[in-house]
Design a protein around this ligand. Structure first.
Ligand SMILES: Cc1ncc(C[n+]2csc(CCOP(=O)(O)OP(=O)(O)O)c2C)c(N)n1
Ligand code: SF4
Ligand SMILES: [Mg+2]
Length: 302
């Protein structure tokens, strides 16, 4: 694993952007662009990311970037990849489609699924801040159970979709789960994905102080606690072989995780949740964690 101090020093994000104070999205994007060596062209639908990349006439990135319609991130990336191939430039740069959880798991899933079925040649990163944040925190298909949003005033009832499983079911060459607050893990996964061809999917948990209600200075600790409790798991699946990575691998060896209640207590969006609801989430996390351990041990394809 690449150590933090060994990440390339060249920056492809400029100092300063228009995201909220403490937003972890900038940390994640910075690591992603380092891994791609700045040789990328991006497609991005309406989202908080648009705010970082391009509120005309300013931008915080040095790579070419297309703002596209909300459902069309993967479709636009497929077109770009085809164009680069047709002009013999597909080895020169990576096509990077990057969308939020709403733009991926809800409105963009049709274009993404089609591109995965065709195994179109681009990297897709879903940055998951667990709601429609740019429009004021409405629930998405990836909002966790119990979280209060402006459309789930009493807490969401359903668990989030498992996007990585959905993407794995398409049989694509690479699927990974990471967190924006672990730049080394993000970097390694994008660097690996860059070497492969076809559709590569990376899911990046992205703590959001404004929508989750915590202090901007706590983004990294909140994101780390999500991983330590097992709510967010760092892993990759390449050629059907599953393996835990980074902090999740360490946790698996240690065999002990802090309770999910520790994580829930860090954020205003879970305030007022009943102990029974918290126990239910713990049970859900424990079940998934056991499955991840089993798959890691087996290097399994199922
Ligand atoms: C077709 C369409 N519907 C709705 C919108 C309004 N809209 C813009 S950004 C956004 C939320 C995006 O949520 P997500 O993809 O999770 O990204 P985030 O804002 O959380 O970063 C919505 C609903 C739109 N631009 N286009
Ligand atoms: S709403 Fe959340 S994800 Fe969007 S810019 Fe602010 S902190 Fe970042
Ligand atoms: Mg979102």
């Amino acid at each position: 694993m690449t150590r933090l101090v060994d990440l390339p020093t060249q920056e492809h994000m400029l100092p300063g952007n228009r995201a909220c104070a403490g937003c972890s999205l900038g940390i994640g994007l910075r690591s992603i662009l380092k891994a791609l060596d700045g040789k990328a062209v991006m497609t991005v639908p309406a989202s908080c990311l648009t705010v970082i990349g391009g509120m005309y006439p300013t931008s915080s990135v040095t790579v070419p970037w297309l703002n596209v319609a909300f459902p069309g991130c993967a479709a636009a990336a497929a077109g770009l990849a085809a164009g680069l191939r047709a002009t013999g430039r597909d080895r020169e740069m990576t096509v990077l489609a990057m969308a939020g959880d709403g733009g991926t798991a809800d409105i963009g899933i049709q274009a993404l699924s089609g591109a995965a079925e065709r195994n179109d040649d681009f990297i897709y990163v879903c940055y998951d801040n667990e709601a429609y944040m740019n429009t004021g925190t409405q629930r998405s298909g990836l909002t966790p159970a119990g979280a209060r949003t402006t459309t789930t005033m009493l807490g969401k009832r359903e668990n989030p979709k498992d996007m990585c499983r959905i993407m794995e079911a398409h049989g694509i060459p690479y699927v990974a789960s990471t967190s924006a607050v672990f730049p080394d893990d993000v970097y390694d996964k994008l660097a690996r994905a860059r070497t492969l061809r076809g559709l590569r999917y990376v899911h990046m948990n992205t703590p959001c102080p404004s929508g989750w209600s915590f202090e901007p200075r706590d983004s990294v600790t909140v994101g780390q606690l999500a991983v330590d409790t097992g709510l967010v798991v760092l892993f990759e699946v390449e050629g059907g072989v599953f393996r835990l990575t980074g902090r999740s691998k360490t946790l698996a060896k240690r065999g002990k995780r802090p309770p999910v209640a520790d994580y829930l207590a860090t954020q205003g969006r879970f305030k007022g949740m009943s102990p029974e609801a918290a126990t239910e989430i713990q049970r859900w996390v424990d079940g998934r964690w056991a499955e991840y351990l089993r798959r890691d041990a087996a290097g399994a394809t199922t």
